[in-house]
Design a binder for this molecule. Structure first.
Ligand code: SF4
Length: 507
């Protein structure tokens, strides 16, 4: 029971799937707040609940401003002109449902740490797996916490290591060695240095860029390369797993590989769904990977050999994330690619809306089938993934009942998601994952069971081999834990086994 409670506690504490962006300029009279605004806007898809920035003012004071809402709502022109400085970091936050204090400013980032000796601000994307252990040790040391987030634990840990020293590379090296989990982190010191750190397995993306003009030099660090593009910078490279990169407005870029792992665990879901298609993550174009995912699905699709279906078929994407994959599928299948679902752009992405009931309402509000396109057709519907199944079920039903489609053939670019993610992405429980639950209930026949629940006439998922081929990385380079149940961190493997046994006992 204790262990069950522990799992629930882990579920209920706020977890982030976020965006981070930092910029430093060698001209101390120049404000980078406008760059923060543009960088964070480009990364809005990674988090929409709150926006925050920290800026270093001349004289070494850090100012932090954060509020609930989209970047454009929080960082109004007045704020941008009021908060200025030549070094800054920013954060977009996505908080998961059920978190206590979900809307509270206490949970927003950047996290601004200040005591008598040291001041810094940090922004973080990820989940610390040994959060409880570190927090317990810090509690014993008499530290007082105001939130129960990974971010504060991390900030307090850094703060305690930094006592009596300002050797930041050493402080951060030591911190990294104590952490177990997935994290990409940027930290701005009161001296105006920015440090960017990526965990040894490289779960979360992080990259650096620059903009050199005759007047000044700027360096950037961002969750995705699309943010560097959008501020007019040049992408330099990814931060390597286990690396600390030091961006200084005085000294250029320095880096050090602090932990060299025998493998990496780059999140496959970034390529499938989360990242923006115009981003390059760890040397792979997200758009090209998605295109290839579509090609692979078509290459292995039995319905394309059935003339009755093939001659009546159209390829329709679920907008927006199904588009690249549908283009690849249609190209390979030599079938027309047609937008058969109209999307209302003013409703947020359903997967990252908190609360299951809101999710259900949003699908009907968000998508409308275009009858003249889909009526009497064999619709080959391309989507990136099936998580809970409720959204997909409603889309299939909309196409058939409202759109008049003859049949709906569902093709999914991500293999079945059977296990939760403990690395910071909101797949809450195995029981809520349609593939995870039905696999436990139906064994090898679970794909048929998913098809029946969803109501599709046929269903084909990407295989794991075809996924890795499309991304162009080996199984040893990617995290595939939500698809295989094999976690790259031992501590999480135990948690997954425990959750499996809980779900099985309830079937
Ligand atoms: S479990 Fe899945 S979503 Fe989570 S980090 Fe691994 S690949 Fe990404």
């Amino acid at each position: 029971m204790l262990k069950v409670r522990r799992i629930r506690q882990m579920r209920e504490k706020p977890r982030e799937h976020c965006a981070i962006f930092g910029v430093t300029c060698d001209d101390i009279g120049y404000s980078v707040s406008n760059f923060l605004y543009r960088g964070l806007i480009a990364l809005q898809h990674r988090g929409q609940e709150s926006t925050g920035i920290s800026l270093l003012k001349t004289g070494g004071n850090i100012f932090t401003y954060k509020k609930n809402g989209l970047v454009s709502k929080v960082l109004k022109e007045k704020i941008i002109s009021q908060y200025w400085g030549n070094v800054g970091i920013g954060h977009n936050r996505y908080a998961t449902t059920g978190a206590v204090g979900f809307n509270s400013s206490l949970y927003m980032q950047p996290f601004h740490f200040k005591n008598n000796e040291i001041e810094f601000s940090m922004a973080f994307n990820g989940t610390i797996a040994n959060f409880d252990e570190i927090k317990k040790r810090m509690d014993e040391m008499g530290r007082i916490f105001i939130t129960d987030t990974d971010t504060e634990v991390l900030a307090q840990l850094i703060g305690s290591i930094a006592l009596g020293t300002e050797d930041w590379p050493e402080i951060l090296k030591l911190t990294s060695k104590l952490l177990d989990g997935s994290y990409s982190l940027i930290l701005m010191t009161s001296k105006g240095d920015i440090y960017a750190i990526r965990d040894p397995l490289g779960f979360k993306p992080l990259c650096i860029g620059e903009l050199k003009t005759e007047q000044r030099n700027l360096y950037f660090v961002a969750s995705e390369s699309c943010a560097i593009d959008s501020v007019g910078g040049f992408f330099l490279r990814d931060v390597k797993p286990g690396e600390i990169v030091h961006l200084s407005h005085q000294k250029d870029i320095h880096s050090e590989l602090i932990i060299n792992s025998h493998r990496t665990a780059i999140c496959q879901f970034e390529y499938v769904y989360f990242a923006r298609p115009d981003s390059i993550l760890d040397n792979v174009s997200v758009a090209e990977a998605r295109l290839q995912l579509g090609i692979n699905l078509a290459k292995n699709d039995p319905i394309l050999k059935n003339p009755e279906i093939y001659n009546n078929a159209i390829v329709v994407p679920v907008p927006d994330s199904g588009r690249s994959v549908a283009v690849g599928y249609a190209k390979e299948a030599k079938l027309p690619y047609i937008e058969g679902l109209m999307k209302n752009r003013y409703v947020h992405r359903t997967f990252i809306m908190p609360g299951q009931s809101k999710r259900k309402i949003a699908v009907k509000d968000k998508l409308n089938p275009i009858k003249n396109i889909v009526k009497d057709k064999d619709v080959i519907l391309l989507d990136d993934s099936i998580v809970r199944g409720t959204t997909t079920q409603q889309i299939v039903s909309l196409l058939r009942e409202k759109g008049g489609a003859k049949r709906v053939h569902l093709r999914i670019s991500c293999p079945p998601i059977i296990s939760p993610c403990y690395m910071g992405i909101d797949f809450p429980t195995k029981n809520e994952l349609i593939a995870g639950r039905l696999q436990l209930q139906h064994g090898d026949n679970y794909l048929k069971a998913i098809q029946q629940v969803i109501g599709a006439d046929s269903l084909v998922y990407q295989t794991i081999d075809n996924l890795t081929q499309a991304i162009g990385k080996t199984k040893n380079e990617l995290c595939l834990a939500c698809l295989t149940g094999n976690y790259p961190l031992k501590s999480l493997q135990k948690l997954a086994q425990l959750e499996d046994s809980i779900v099985k006992s309830r079937i």
